[in-house]
Design a protein around this ligand. Structure first.
Ligand SMILES: Cc1ncc(COP(=O)(O)O)c(C=O)c1O
Length: 376
């Protein structure tokens, strides 16, 4: 066996021993939160398609028209010949939606954070990240070469201590957090973080991947990034900011400059979805309302977003619970370390406007019958 394969097999054995090996499962997603696995039809509570827009006929038609007119691929990076009309229109609309001067679309949310953070910070700078921040916030921070420190989740006092201790030595400082935390569903105290940032001259980036269109935004950060892949039902990432920042990133964000532009269909789909977000407020309010109905029904802490975690602790418990739910027709994927901290494996229940009240009730009944050791 080659040393490469020996390495891979050894690492896989370790993952297996800790129940942390991940496997791809073929999943056929359909409309109305349906998802088939192994030929079995399930109701999915694990998609981030919060408004069901990835299967909306208007969004699909927009994607189809765009690819018929402009082709299936962008053909080159944005700075060469890949800056097609749907991307330009989408950026204008995203900026207006967020009340910012300009926007820049990236290949994905992950790529956006890599590029934004590493272009704005570097050696001699300080980056403070919420401890429960997404992997790509940490990856961007590491790539930048700045000093990277984590503050305890949503802990303003800790953030202030770190700023007081480290800000003075740093040339520039950034604070990275999320509007809605992806695995916990809770929200950052953004107004307070912005006030602290102002006092210490730090730049705040808020990752709005799970907030756009489904929660009241509240305070806006100078750097509002997000993804087109969740509520907007498409694919890609974006940053909304001042014109100067967007112009700088257009030249300096390497994950923007050195990669092909998004396909026209993805940009057109996101644009059509944004229209629906803006013109159908009752649809946008529905996932949070369903999440709150669910948390009230199960006696959990009131949902702050369409994401409700049911923390069970051990990985094996979360996997067993997920299997038991699947046997009852529900797809609720178990989330394990390192996606979440060790000892906090969980079911992550994500609500969508596409769910019916009856489906939510049925999941609540199934969960109470399975009696998970629920930690609210
Ligand atoms: C908080 C957060 N940021 C960024 C991303 C990455 O976005 P994308 O899927 O567009 O790469 C995700 C999820 O995928 C996320 O949950």
């Amino acid at each position: 066996m080659s040393s490469l394969d020996a390495f891979a097999r050894g690492a896989l054995a370790e993952l297996d021993a800790a129940s942390l090996r991940r496997r791809l499962v073929a999943t056929e997603r359909g409309p109305e939160a349906s998802a088939a696995r192994d030929g079995r039809s399930l109701v999915s509570f694990s998609c981030n398609d919060y408004l069901g827009l990835s299967h909306d006929p208007r969004v699909i038609a927009a994607a189809n028209e765009a690819q018929v007119r402009w082709g299936t691929g962008a053909g080159a990076s944005r700075l060469v010949t890949g800056n097609h009309p749907p991307l330009i229109a989408l950026e204008e609309r995203l900026a207006a939606h967020k009340g910012k001067e300009a926007a820049l679309v990236f290949g994905s949310g992950y790529l956006a954070n890599l590029g934004i953070v590493s272009a704005l910070a570097g050696t001699g700078d300080l980056i403070l990240v919420d401890a429960l921040g997404h992997s790509c916030l940490f990856a961007g921070g590491k790539l930048s070469g700045a000093e990277l420190l984590r503050f305890r989740h949503n802990d303003l006092a800790h953030l202030e201590v770190l700023l007081a201790r480290h800000r003075g030595k740093a040339r520039r400082a950034m604070i990275l957090t999320e509007r809605v935390f992806s695995m916990d569903g809770d929200r950052a105290p953004l107004a307070e973080i912005l006030a602290l940032a102002e006092a210490h001259d730090a730049w705040v980036l808020v990752d709005d991947a799970h907030g756009l269109g489904v929660v009241e935004p509240g305070a806006r950060a100078p750097l509002e990034m997000g993804t087109l892949s969740k509520t907007l039902g498409a694919y890609g990432g974006y940053l909304c900011a001042s014109q100067a920042v967007i112009d700088l990133l257009t030249s300096r964000a390497r994950s923007f400059v050195y990669t092909t532009g998004l396909p026209p269909a993805a940009a057109a789909a996101a644009l059509a979805a944004l229209d629906i977000v803006e013109t159908e407020p009752e649809r946008a309010a529905r996932p949070l309302a369903l999440a709150r109905r669910f948390t009230a029904r199960l006696g959990l802490r009131e949902a702050q977003s369409p994401i409700v975690p049911i923390v069970v602790g051990e990985t094996e418990t979360a996997l067993a619970l997920s299997d038991a739910l699947q046997a009852r027709g529900f797809l609720v994927v178990a989330i394990r370390p390192p996606t979440v901290p060790a000892g906090t494996a969980r079911l992550r229940v994500a609500f969508s406007a596409a769910h019916s009240e009856a489906q939510v009730e049925a999941l609540a009944v199934a969960l109470s019958e399975l009696r998970p050791p629920v930690a609210a």
